[in-house]
Design a protein around this ligand. Structure first.
Ligand SMILES: Cc1cc2nc3c(=O)[nH]c(=O)nc-3n(C[C@H](O)[C@H](O)[C@H](O)COP(=O)(O)OP(=O)(O)OC[C@H]3O[C@@H](n4cnc5c(N)ncnc54)[C@H](O)[C@@H]3O)c2cc1C
Length: 264
């Protein structure tokens, strides 16, 4: 079995998210890291391999992103992927979800995976939709929010988290599965794996290598048009009540709550 895992480089969680008003795109300057949700997808691939029910020949990490995204691939490899594929091309800048999904599907079709795993969401765009777009292009069945995955020869039994409870679904491979963050506890990479990650094979592709039509990606190939952006209103400073006399303090708190109709 061959497993491809989609991974993305995102701004570090500590960096404040901002839209660049000139480009209408997210400001991706500053520290970046592997999307934390994708570490669950890599761990799921590793657990399929280590489970021993099916033989996993290869785990391949795939990303689309600028040159810095190589670091996300190195991290993915240090967590267990055997090799990685980096789709990077100036023509891809400004791609929306549909264009990103199309481009990733083109790369994946070159790999012919039995299973495509991805995170439930990216920590920056948070669209939750790439799995469905990729599956549509690949004509594969797809499940989202999978929190348990039992693999058999040619199929998977998945448990997915739904609003009303849990669904158990049998799905035939090849398939695209986006995993929920409750599926596992990702492992930490060993020092040896971190040191060795840069030596693992990395396939760098431009759009022509993956047979991607230039007019279907980038700003020109994207249907999302961004309107005006404005920053959310500043939070007010709040009310600080100094506790000099406890009875007085309690009265002030009750009056404050009552004024806002927060007491029944
Ligand atoms: C108008 C517009 C312009 C944009 N311009 C840019 C741009 O210039 N540069 C840029 O980086 N983004 C850009 N984006 C964002 C980019 O389109 C999103 O990354 C893409 O739409 C996926 O959405 P998401 O990240 O919210 O994915 P989600 O659906 O939330 O992600 C789910 C999972 O999909 C996988 N995934 C998502 N994106 C990638 C990826 N690129 N490679 C591999 N796996 C992935 C990950 O496993 C992730 O956990 C733009 C978006 C819009 C609307």
């Amino acid at each position: 079995m061959k497993i491809c895992v989609l991974v993305k480089e995102v701004p570090d969680a500590a960096v404040e998210k901002r839209i660049n008003p000139q480009t209408g795109r997210m400001d991706r300057a500053g520290e970046r890291a592997l999307n934390p949700y994708d570490t669950h997808a890599i761990e799921a691939a590793m657990q399929v391999r280590e489970g021993g029910v099916v033989e996993v020949d290869e785990i391949v990490a795939v990303t689309m992103g600028p040159s810095t995204a190589v670091r996300a691939l190195h991290k993915a490899v240090s967590l267990g992927a055997d090799r990685s594929v980096h789709l990077s091309d100036d023509a891809l800048a400004g791609s929306d979800v549909a264009a990103t999904g199309y481009a990733l599907a083109k790369v994946l079709s070159r790999e012919s995976p039995d299973l495509v795993l991805l995170g439930q969401q990216s920590d920056d765009g948070e669209c939750y939709t790439i799995g469905a777009v990729v599956a549509d292009h690949l004509m594969m069945p797809s499940l989202t929010q999978v929190i348990k995955m039992d693999v058999a020869e040619g199929s998977l039994r998945c448990e997915r988290q739904a609003e009303y409870g849990y669904d158990t679904v049998d799905i035939k491979l090849p398939a695209v599965i986006s995993v929920g963050d409750a599926i596992n506890e990702p492992r930490y990479p060993s020092l040896k794996a971190i040191m060795g990650a840069k030596k693992k094979p990395l396939d760098a592709l431009a759009i022509a290598d993956a047979d991607i039509e230039a007019d279907r990606v980038g700003e020109a190939g994207s249907k999302v048009v961004c309107g005006a952006f404005k920053a959310p209103p500043e939070k007010s400073g709040g009310t600080i009540i100094e506790d000099e006399d406890t009875n007085d303090t309690v009265e002030k708190i009750v009056a404050w709550l009552d004024e806002r109709k927060l007491l029944s």
